[in-house]
Design a protein around this ligand. Sequence first.
Ligand SMILES: C[S@@+](CC[C@H](N)C(=O)[O-])C[C@H]1O[C@@H](n2cnc3c(N)ncnc32)[C@H](O)[C@@H]1O
Length: 317
Amino acid sequence: MSVEMKHVPVLLTETLKYLNVSRFRERDGVFVDATFGGGGHSMAILDQTGQGLRLIAIDRDRAASQRAISLSQRYGERFTLLQGNFADLSQLLDEVQVKGIDALLLDLGLSSYQLSNAPRGFSFQLDGPLDMRMDQGQESSAADIIRTGTVDQLRDIFRRFGEEPYAGSIARAIVAARSQKTITTTRELADLILSLTPPAKSHRRLHPATRVFQALRIAVNEELQALVAVLEAGLSCLNQGGRLVVISYHSLEDRIVKRMFRQWSASCSCPPDFPVCTCGKVPQVRRLTGKVVVPQVDEIERNPRSRSAKLRAVERL
Ligand SMILES: C[S@@+](CC[C@H](N)C(=O)[O-])C[C@H]1O[C@@H](n2cnc3c(N)ncnc32)[C@H](O)[C@@H]1O
């Protein structure tokens, strides 16, 4: 069963503040929302900026175009949706003849539309095909990884992308189980993982399949490579004074963002034992969020999906 629910934008007030939206009430500019989803952040940006602000939205998911129709009707030429992977940011902007941008927003992960849609196969709580492709045009799905991965490959995926402590035993169980019957659905995989979990651990807050499902999703969509690529491309597209805001939902993503922001803002990359700086490095950004920004308790109560969100922001120098 699928329950189509509305996606509530996370950390909306904080996002608008760090994107410096109020600066664009009067002046022209170009913003990129590279994770359009349900368009919640895009709509708020367009509502709070003037006629001279153009917003380019990007999403890998082909279903996003349906949700973009109402924005096109409401905002006309101020709004454009591009279907594609944000890893290809520079090429996507070339397509619409945009050179420099004033803001880039990345609200990573999945929208409620994707999570609550059983046929997309992202949720272990709904029964559906083991798909997990964000871009429905992509060839390989989670079922392909589960069908063809060796024990070593599966263990590596569960460990690296899910930090799953039982990665080895789950990988071995999958390979043993599929010799009897192909695993094709989310329910089959979730039940198999549950059957390996000692009863004392199966009632914990985190469902035993959570980490494996996260790992598979990251592997299918090559999410961490895409994140590194869009951060690098974003830095080179941002105009001076332009803002980059990233909302991440798990530690693998947040670590990448934190590390890259730290490197970009550093004024020296010499080894720590050098007596004087010889690298001549110039900082490329100023960090706007010394401490990571997280949702307030009332936001988490209103929207439990926001509970793991972490926002970091920089300004291009
Ligand atoms: C959390 S949702 C964004 C929700 C949106 N901010 C809103 O308020 O409605 C993340 C979206 O980013 C998209 N996405 C994730 N990785 C992507 C990538 N590499 N390229 C383009 N879109 C991506 C997903 O398909 C999903 O629709």
